[in-house]
Design a binder for this molecule. Sequence first.
Ligand code: PMP
Length: 332
Amino acid sequence: MTVSALTPNSLSLIGNTPLVRLAGPSEETGCDIYGKCEFANPGASVKDRAALWIVRDAEEKGLLKPGGTIVEGTAGNTGIGLALVANALGYKTVIVMPETHSREKMDTLRALRAELVLVPAAPFSNPGHFVHTSRRIAEETDGAIWANQFDNIANRRAHIESTAPEIWEQMGHRIDGFTCAAGTGGTIAGTGLGLKSFDENVTIALTDPHGAALYNYYANGELKAEGSSVAEGIGQGRITANLEGAPIDTQFRISDEEGLYWVERLLAEEGLCLGLSSGINVAGAVALARQLGKGSRVATILCDTGFRYLSSLYNPAWLEAKGLPVFPWLKQ
Ligand code: PMP
């Protein structure tokens, strides 16, 4: 399925996002670094694509019937995408979210008609983890499907079939490297597989936050996490079905401070208001460009809008409580 194959209704607003050259990162490296503006999707994040593909896949397989319910456990953005797609197609949504996540995402989900279930933050091994809770609710609800974004490869197909061809065309078929972080892994695996199908020489790099296990896995085969991160939506501790066979050539580990450095610069210098995963991705793109050498052409993902984090990333009290630097213009 391609986005353009859909009838032109509100769902056709998903995808076909702009790609912008990022001046600061490009000048700093002597390369051309581009950001895919996923905050321009109707739900303001990259996860609208996965939501649309997951719902269409369930319809095609006959799993989702008219008036049915879509249940999902999510850091928030997938839920927002699912709620919009569900409203457009006449389904209901039940979204399970850790109660520690951004207030803005919870308010947005309620505003979008989703039924919100908040659970305490817990490790994946705990049966109360938001992913397991969402699966149980789906099993217990008549006419419901579990979107299962982590292990449902309709998620990465969204990026094989839309994100990768869009970047390929927007970069004029000349791209040396692509990098982004992984939550479900759908974006890195799908965009990586798609770009390699056009040019097998494109270097695909994983940008991992602290507190995730994938950096060590791709560096030395060991799923081992070190440190921690406040970034929402990224940081994975296992090889999800979406990550299986992901064509990762190299990997970088990026701290929250490095990510915030780029969030601050992109806002102050380029007027882009982004979330922390975007800043971490840009830090990874800078590292990849340096590795590939001057003149290289690198793309990354600007995953979601900073407006979703006004009470956290853009709130001095919150940043200070986390021991993170406060943007100079927010200091009293
Ligand atoms: N950034 C943000 C803000 C997200 O919500 C997500 C999705 N969890 C990602 C990055 C990572 O995307 P993916 O799930 O495709 O790995």
